[in-house]
Design a protein around this ligand. Structure first.
Ligand SMILES: *[C@@H]1O[C@H](CO)[C@@H](O)[C@H](O)[C@H]1NC(C)=O
Ligand SMILES: *[C@@H]1O[C@H](CO)[C@@H](O)[C@H](O)[C@H]1NC(C)=O
Length: 185
């Protein structure tokens, strides 16, 4: 954990001392290693197939076709996803028997990375955030996570509902990993 922190801070300093323009190569490395860490943490949680509880949460189309997204917007979209995943895992998961230390680490990783993205996007955001904030993809992403949240609520945070959500979010991280390739070139 400490090593990761130092790594984050070092990268942050790099971002601030270089220009205000975003270094997408570094962003890709950073995002990619953070995503792997989250995926690894999710893998450590108990899993179970709960076929009766499956639900199609329906993904925003643009996110499925990352090559159509601008780099800065991709970073913004990832930030939006991480923020929402963080909020999901703040819900009551006591029915699952999941190890709290693992969830704490996951929340820690998510919040560090979200703040990291917020910081590097801040400059750009001032000008472009209004556009990002109202972009159709952003609102679809938000309603996607609202559907996941509602699902958990409706199922009263049951073990099976959480198993479904864990699997869904785990696939989301693969998607985020795919999106980071967008920072290349
Ligand atoms: C999360 O993963 C599911 C399953 O692959 C996918 O359908 C959904 O689009 C993903 N959502 C996001 C926001 O990436
Ligand atoms: C929870 O996970 C942590 C870190 O992986 C581990 O050290 C600890 O022993 C686990 N606790 C339980 C109750 O399994």
């Amino acid at each position: 954990m400490t090593d990761r922190w130092i790594h984050h801070v070092a990268l942050l300093l790099c971002f601030f001392t270089t220009a205000l323009s975003i270094n997408y190569e570094q962003l890709q490395l950073q995002q990619s290693s953070s995503t792997s860490a989250c995926q690894e943490l999710l893998r450590q949680l108990d899993q179970e197939l709960c076929l009766n509880d499956r639900l199609d949460f329906k993904i925003p189309v643009a996110v499925k076709h990352p090559q159509q997204m601008e780099k800065s917007y991709t970073a913004f979209a990832i930030q939006e996803m991480l923020r929402n995943i963080f909020l999901l895992f703040k819900n009551d998961f006591s029915s699952t028997g999941w190890n709290e230390t693992i969830i704490e680490s996951l929340l820690g990783e998510l919040s560090v990375q979200t703040r990291f993205l917020e910081k590097i996007l801040k400059e750009k955001q001032e000008k472009e955030k209004p556009a990002w904030g109202t972009a159709p993809t952003t609102s679809r992403l938000k309603s996607y996570y609202r559907r996941v949240q509602k699902f958990l609520e409706n199922k009263r945070y049951s073990r099976c509902a959480w198993m479904v959500v864990r699997a869904e979010i785990s696939r989301n991280f693969s998607m985020i990993q795919g999106l980071t390739k967008n920072f290349q070139s």
